[in-house]
Design a protein around this ligand. Structure first.
Ligand SMILES: [Zn+2]
Length: 343
């Protein structure tokens, strides 16, 4: 089968496009003919380093994906051949303390597609049947694929960790990236007021067109000063951030007393200064979050179908253009998801 796979680490020359062995389905698994995958920051991390992530080479890239069920156990209670499904990217043990608690995202032996095992940028994948979730009606495979990582991450950050309320205000840093846009879309659909930031004015303008209530261009404006102006000197209830060191101080100073800060990434550095006095005197709550549980993905899919809330797509590339797709993500110029169509 045709696949995009890693042969080593360091730059685009280690990314190969070619033949990989066809996976063989085991009992309890589905064989899915993938139609689309979208790119995530971790694809760049796997390409460039992969340090700290147990894996072997060559390995098929891609963490999220959607496609058609082509083989499944006979008499499976919910899945049939021909079903359009998106994939939950974590294969978990089902037995550890965290799996038993329903928090399989914390599973001690979690294997993620495209990180610890072959991923979704391939014509076929075998995966436990529970990981295949029916797609919303009428959606493209690219749109459905995008829910499995970015939207799931944003959903857990807002719903499970920060427990966002409809009357609150949320500040989303770095609009344009997949998780931040998912945060904007989900938060708006839940009801709250949403303020976004970006270094680029045109990304601010596009976020406003998507429903953001206010946008702060951090290249020309002081984020904290603007947040205070927009909130009557109060600060926001929830700060949603995945940028790390470059914005951490602003994140702490933008939150209302007792406010929540939820973070799922640190692309600009993971060792910011920590104003501990501000954290305890103002009783700020800081949540770390990554990905989400299968049950959260199922809730998210229902929510998105109900609101016809589709991920914002940047560009769709053919499989043969995988190098250009990765470059597009690395450039930081994208607005929305960079997708790869699998044919
Ligand atoms: Zn487990």
């Amino acid at each position: 089968m045709k696949a995009v796979y890693l042969t080593g680490h360091g730059g685009n020359e280690v990314v190969a496009i070619g033949e990989r062995p066809m996976p063989v389905r085991q009992a309890g698994e589905v064989l899915v003919r993938l139609q689309a995958a979208t790119l995530n920051r971790v694809d760049l991390y796997m390409r460039d380093s992969g340090a700290g992530i147990t894996h072997s080479l060559p390995q098929v890239m891609g963490i999220d994906g959607a496609g058609l069920v082509v083989e499944v156990d006979e008499g499976h209670p919910t899945l049939q051949v021909g079903d359009r499904v998106l994939l939950y990217p974590g294969v978990t043990c089902g037995h550890c303390e965290f799996c038993v608690r329903g928090e399989e995202v914390l599973c001690t032996s979690m294997k993620l597609l495209g990180e610890h095992r072959d991923g979704t940028m391939a014509e076929y994948i075998c995966i436990p049947a529970r990981n295949a979730v029916p797609m919303p009606e009428g959606w493209s495979f690219e749109e459905a694929a995008a829910l499995g990582v970015n939207h799931l991450t944003a959903w857990r950050m807002l719903m499970t960790q920060a427990r966002l309320k409809p009357w609150e205000t949320v500040l989303v840093f770095g609009i344009g990236g997949g998780v931040s846009l998912a945060g904007l879309q989900l938060a708006k659909a839940m009801g709250p007021r949403v303020i976004v930031t970006s270094r680029e004015q045109d990304k601010c303008d596009r976020a406003l067109a998507l429903g953001a209530d206010a946008a702060i261009c951090s290249r020309t404006q002081d984020v904290v000063k603007e947040v205070m102006r927009l909130t009557g000197k109060r600060g926001v209830d929830v700060v949603f951030e995945n940028i790390g060191a470059a914005v951490w101080d602003s994140a702490l100073r933008s939150a209302v007393r007792g406010g929540r800060i939820v973070t799922c990434g640190a692309t600009t550095g993971d060792q910011p200064g920590a104003d501990m006095r501000r954290v305890f005197i103002r009783q700020l709550q800081i949540y770390g979050s990554t990905l989400g549980n299968l049950a959260e993905l199922r809730d998210l899919v229902r929510f998105c179908a109900q609101h016809d809330l589709r991920p914002v797509m940047d560009r769709v590339y053919a499989m043969d253009e995988a190098h250009a797709a990765l470059d597009r993500l690395a450039s930081g110029e994208q607005f929305g998801k960079v997708a790869v169509r699998i044919v």
